[in-house]
Write a protein that binds this ligand. Structure first.
Ligand code: NI
Length: 175
Protein backbone atom coordinates (compact mmCIF):
# COMPACT_ATOMS: atom_id res chain seq x y z
CA UNK A 1 0.00 0.00 0.00
CA UNK A 2 1.29 3.44 -0.89
CA UNK A 3 1.69 5.43 2.32
CA UNK A 4 1.87 9.14 2.92
CA UNK A 5 5.45 10.39 3.24
CA UNK A 6 5.89 12.78 6.16
CA UNK A 7 7.41 16.13 5.31
CA UNK A 8 10.06 18.12 7.15
CA UNK A 9 8.49 19.85 10.11
CA UNK A 10 6.69 16.75 11.29
CA UNK A 11 8.14 15.86 14.72
CA UNK A 12 7.99 12.15 13.88
CA UNK A 13 10.91 12.71 11.50
CA UNK A 14 13.06 13.89 14.41
CA UNK A 15 12.81 10.80 16.60
CA UNK A 16 15.60 8.31 17.21
CA UNK A 17 13.93 5.17 15.90
CA UNK A 18 13.68 1.91 17.81
CA UNK A 19 15.57 -1.28 16.90
CA UNK A 20 13.68 -4.14 15.28
CA UNK A 21 13.55 -7.11 17.65
CA UNK A 22 11.51 -9.65 15.65
CA UNK A 23 12.33 -10.68 12.08
CA UNK A 24 10.38 -12.62 9.47
CA UNK A 25 7.07 -11.47 10.95
CA UNK A 26 3.94 -10.58 8.96
CA UNK A 27 4.16 -7.05 10.40
CA UNK A 28 7.69 -6.56 9.09
CA UNK A 29 6.74 -8.00 5.70
CA UNK A 30 3.80 -5.60 5.48
CA UNK A 31 5.97 -2.63 6.46
CA UNK A 32 8.52 -3.51 3.76
CA UNK A 33 5.77 -3.98 1.18
CA UNK A 34 4.39 -0.54 1.99
CA UNK A 35 7.85 1.01 1.90
CA UNK A 36 8.61 -0.54 -1.51
CA UNK A 37 5.23 0.54 -2.91
CA UNK A 38 5.71 4.07 -1.63
CA UNK A 39 9.29 4.37 -2.86
CA UNK A 40 8.38 3.03 -6.31
CA UNK A 41 5.37 5.31 -6.57
CA UNK A 42 7.56 8.37 -5.93
CA UNK A 43 10.59 7.14 -7.95
CA UNK A 44 12.72 7.35 -4.83
CA UNK A 45 16.16 5.82 -4.47
CA UNK A 46 15.56 5.06 -0.81
CA UNK A 47 13.09 5.30 2.02
CA UNK A 48 13.33 5.01 5.79
CA UNK A 49 10.49 3.71 7.98
CA UNK A 50 10.24 6.97 9.97
CA UNK A 51 9.32 8.75 6.72
CA UNK A 52 6.02 6.88 6.74
CA UNK A 53 5.62 7.41 10.48
CA UNK A 54 6.93 4.02 11.59
CA UNK A 55 9.37 4.34 14.48
CA UNK A 56 11.69 1.46 13.55
CA UNK A 57 15.28 1.19 12.33
CA UNK A 58 14.41 -0.04 8.85
CA UNK A 59 15.57 1.43 5.54
CA UNK A 60 15.30 0.32 1.95
CA UNK A 61 17.22 1.64 -1.00
CA UNK A 62 18.37 0.76 -4.47
CA UNK A 63 18.15 2.05 -7.96
CA UNK A 64 18.78 0.66 -11.39
CA UNK A 65 17.80 3.43 -13.75
CA UNK A 66 15.85 6.05 -11.90
CA UNK A 67 14.26 8.82 -13.98
CA UNK A 68 14.89 11.27 -11.13
CA UNK A 69 18.61 10.38 -11.14
CA UNK A 70 19.57 9.42 -14.68
CA UNK A 71 23.29 9.72 -13.99
CA UNK A 72 23.36 7.75 -10.75
CA UNK A 73 25.27 4.47 -10.80
CA UNK A 74 23.18 1.41 -9.92
CA UNK A 75 22.79 0.45 -6.26
CA UNK A 76 21.47 -3.04 -5.42
CA UNK A 77 17.96 -3.28 -4.01
CA UNK A 78 18.59 -3.60 -0.29
CA UNK A 79 16.64 -4.02 2.93
CA UNK A 80 18.77 -2.86 5.85
CA UNK A 81 17.54 -3.27 9.42
CA UNK A 82 19.27 -2.08 12.60
CA UNK A 83 22.18 -0.75 10.56
CA UNK A 84 25.63 0.11 11.85
CA UNK A 85 27.78 2.41 9.70
CA UNK A 86 31.54 2.65 10.08
CA UNK A 87 33.47 5.14 7.97
CA UNK A 88 36.50 3.73 6.22
CA UNK A 89 39.13 6.44 6.08
CA UNK A 90 38.68 10.14 6.67
CA UNK A 91 37.79 11.20 3.17
CA UNK A 92 34.58 13.13 2.55
CA UNK A 93 32.81 13.75 -0.68
CA UNK A 94 30.17 16.37 -1.42
CA UNK A 95 27.20 15.83 -3.66
CA UNK A 96 23.65 16.93 -4.33
CA UNK A 97 20.91 15.26 -2.34
CA UNK A 98 17.19 15.41 -2.26
CA UNK A 99 14.67 13.75 0.02
CA UNK A 100 11.08 12.64 -0.36
CA UNK A 101 10.42 14.39 2.98
CA UNK A 102 11.82 17.65 1.60
CA UNK A 103 10.10 17.73 -1.78
CA UNK A 104 11.24 20.07 -4.52
CA UNK A 105 14.57 20.98 -2.95
CA UNK A 106 18.19 19.92 -3.30
CA UNK A 107 21.24 20.55 -1.16
CA UNK A 108 24.98 20.05 -1.41
CA UNK A 109 25.88 17.61 1.35
CA UNK A 110 29.20 16.25 2.64
CA UNK A 111 29.32 12.51 3.37
CA UNK A 112 31.95 9.91 4.13
CA UNK A 113 33.28 8.70 0.81
CA UNK A 114 33.86 5.10 1.91
CA UNK A 115 32.28 3.06 4.64
CA UNK A 116 31.34 -0.33 5.90
CA UNK A 117 27.77 -1.00 6.75
CA UNK A 118 26.29 -3.96 8.55
CA UNK A 119 22.78 -4.91 9.53
CA UNK A 120 20.08 -7.49 9.00
CA UNK A 121 17.82 -8.34 6.13
CA UNK A 122 14.11 -9.03 6.58
CA UNK A 123 14.73 -12.66 7.57
CA UNK A 124 17.18 -11.57 10.27
CA UNK A 125 20.29 -12.64 8.39
CA UNK A 126 23.23 -10.40 9.16
CA UNK A 127 25.25 -9.01 6.29
CA UNK A 128 27.86 -6.38 5.70
CA UNK A 129 29.23 -4.45 2.75
CA UNK A 130 32.05 -2.12 1.99
CA UNK A 131 30.88 0.64 -0.34
CA UNK A 132 31.85 4.03 -1.66
CA UNK A 133 30.56 6.94 -3.67
CA UNK A 134 26.86 7.10 -4.50
CA UNK A 135 26.04 3.83 -2.72
CA UNK A 136 27.76 5.13 0.44
CA UNK A 137 25.88 8.42 0.12
CA UNK A 138 22.49 6.73 -0.18
CA UNK A 139 23.14 4.56 2.90
CA UNK A 140 24.23 7.55 4.97
CA UNK A 141 21.22 9.60 3.90
CA UNK A 142 18.74 6.82 4.72
CA UNK A 143 20.34 5.83 8.02
CA UNK A 144 20.38 9.48 9.11
CA UNK A 145 16.56 9.30 9.04
CA UNK A 146 16.77 6.66 11.80
CA UNK A 147 18.45 9.22 14.05
CA UNK A 148 16.09 12.07 13.24
CA UNK A 149 18.53 13.78 10.86
CA UNK A 150 17.36 15.28 7.56
CA UNK A 151 19.93 16.23 4.94
CA UNK A 152 19.39 20.02 5.27
CA UNK A 153 20.84 19.67 8.79
CA UNK A 154 24.11 18.64 7.14
CA UNK A 155 24.29 21.37 4.50
CA UNK A 156 27.28 23.61 5.20
CA UNK A 157 26.95 26.09 2.35
CA UNK A 158 23.38 27.29 1.99
CA UNK A 159 24.23 28.95 -1.30
CA UNK A 160 24.05 25.39 -2.58
CA UNK A 161 20.58 24.65 -1.25
CA UNK A 162 17.48 25.46 -3.26
CA UNK A 163 14.66 24.42 -5.50
CA UNK A 164 15.44 21.63 -7.94
CA UNK A 165 13.87 23.42 -10.88
CA UNK A 166 15.90 26.57 -10.20
CA UNK A 167 19.27 25.11 -9.28
CA UNK A 168 21.72 24.35 -12.03
CA UNK A 169 22.40 20.74 -11.13
CA UNK A 170 25.38 19.22 -12.82
CA UNK A 171 25.97 16.41 -10.39
CA UNK A 172 24.32 13.32 -9.00
CA UNK A 173 21.51 13.55 -6.49
CA UNK A 174 19.68 10.99 -4.45
CA UNK A 175 16.44 9.79 -2.88
NI1 NI B 1 15.44 11.27 2.82
Amino acid sequence: MIREVLRMGDPRLLRVAQPVTAFATPQLAELLRDMRDTMAHLDGAGLAAPQIGVDLRVVIFGCQSNPRYPDAPPVPETVLINPVLTPFGEEEEEGWEGCLSVPGLRGWVPRWKRLYYAGHDESGRRFERRVEGFHARVVQHECDHLDGILYPMRVRDFRRFGFTDVLNLSDVVEE
